[in-house]
Design a protein around this ligand. Structure first.
Ligand SMILES: Nc1ncnc2c1ncn2[C@@H]1O[C@H](COP(=O)(O)OP(=O)(O)O)[C@@H](O)[C@H]1O
Ligand SMILES: [Mg+2]
Length: 275
């Protein structure tokens, strides 16, 4: 598998101490990595440092083997790294097609339309609508479509699920899986609905300032106790255990969020969902 993104010893310090400390990982072509952790864990800071929007305190970032650590954000994005921000980055009065046109300087309207129909079919019927009148799921789909217009090699997505119902999130995650499989884009996604994220991701990383735990998504999902402990810290998880994790960084949040609002058994799969 071709390595698309290589992050080595990345640290971020806004002036009050490191909020991201020595984070290293790789992303392969077509791979989806769930980037997980409680509020304040440093996820957004790490994504911004990778895309050049905040300055890294130390470390290096390579895309396709090219060191981009010293490049400004625009140059990094031209080399294929794209961040979908947690605020979705949409302008409410502007119609869907205008967002897509803005996002792709080089593609014709017909090309935009074809890309939307291929990967984001529900948006095709919303072509002339103002972004502000889209549902939350459609708006998030528009952000993803805009990102894909730039033909990214690495797509980073921050908090896809914010404000969305788990069923909608599940559908969007399936769209992302499909995009990764069909285009080879490497995806790093921050997601609060941990179980849903691990169900589509290839691997997971649990961050609390440092990488606390990493592994295959299926293995992480299969060991919920270890996952909770990594996510919340051993004390917050209730019991100490010797499961072999390196839970050494107590960057614990004031109020741990629920690890998954989607742990409800019996939630329909997207194909079963009629809504
Ligand atoms: N621009 C900033 N200036 C100073 N501190 C910041 C800034 N952005 C985030 N932080 C702090 O960095 C830490 C990590 O935040 P963040 O990266 O947003 O975490 P997450 O995305 O995992 O919730 C938090 O303590 C947050 O308050
Ligand atoms: Mg964040």
């Amino acid at each position: 598998m071709t390595t698309m993104l290589e992050v080595s010893d990345l640290s971020v310090d806004y002036g009050g101490g490191r909020v991201v400390n020595n984070v290293s990982f790789e992303l392969g072509e077509g791979e989806i990595v769930a980037f997980l952790g409680p509020n304040g864990a440093g996820k957004t800071s790490a994504l911004k440092a990778i895309s050049g929007l905040v300055r890294a305190d130390s470390g290096s970032v390579k895309i396709n083997g090219v060191d981009i650590s010293r490049m400004p954000a625009e140059k990094r994005s031209r080399l294929g790294i794209f961040l979908v921000p947690d605020d979705r980055g949409l302008f409410p009065p502007l119609p869907v097609h205008a967002h897509l046109a803005l996002a792709s300087h080089t593609r014709s309207t017909a090309e935009c339309r074809a890309l939307v129909e291929e990967h984001f079919a529900p948006l095709a019927g919303r072509w002339n609508l103002a972004a502000g009148s889209l549902s939350g799921g459609e708006a998030q789909m528009l952000s993803l479509a805009m990102a894909m217009m730039a033909k990214p090699k690495v797509l980073m997505i921050d908090e896809l699920s914010f404000g969305l119902a788990p069923i909608v999130v599940r559908r969007l995650l399936n769209v992302i899986r499909d995009i990764a499989d069909r285009t080879g884009v490497a995806v790093l996604m921050v997601e609060q609905l941990v179980d849903l994220a691990l169900a589509v991701a290839d691997r997971g990383i649990i961050l609390r300032r440092e990488i606390i735990l990493t592994g295959k998504a299926a293995d992480l999902a299969a060991d919920q106790h270890r996952l909770h402990e990594a996510y919340f810290g051993a004390s917050a998880a209730g019991r100490a255990s010797n499961s072999g994790t390196t839970a050494t960084t107590p960057a614990s949040p004031a109020t741990p969020p629920p690890i998954s609002a989607a742990a409800e058994p019996g939630l329909p799969t997207p194909s079963e969902a009629s809504e």
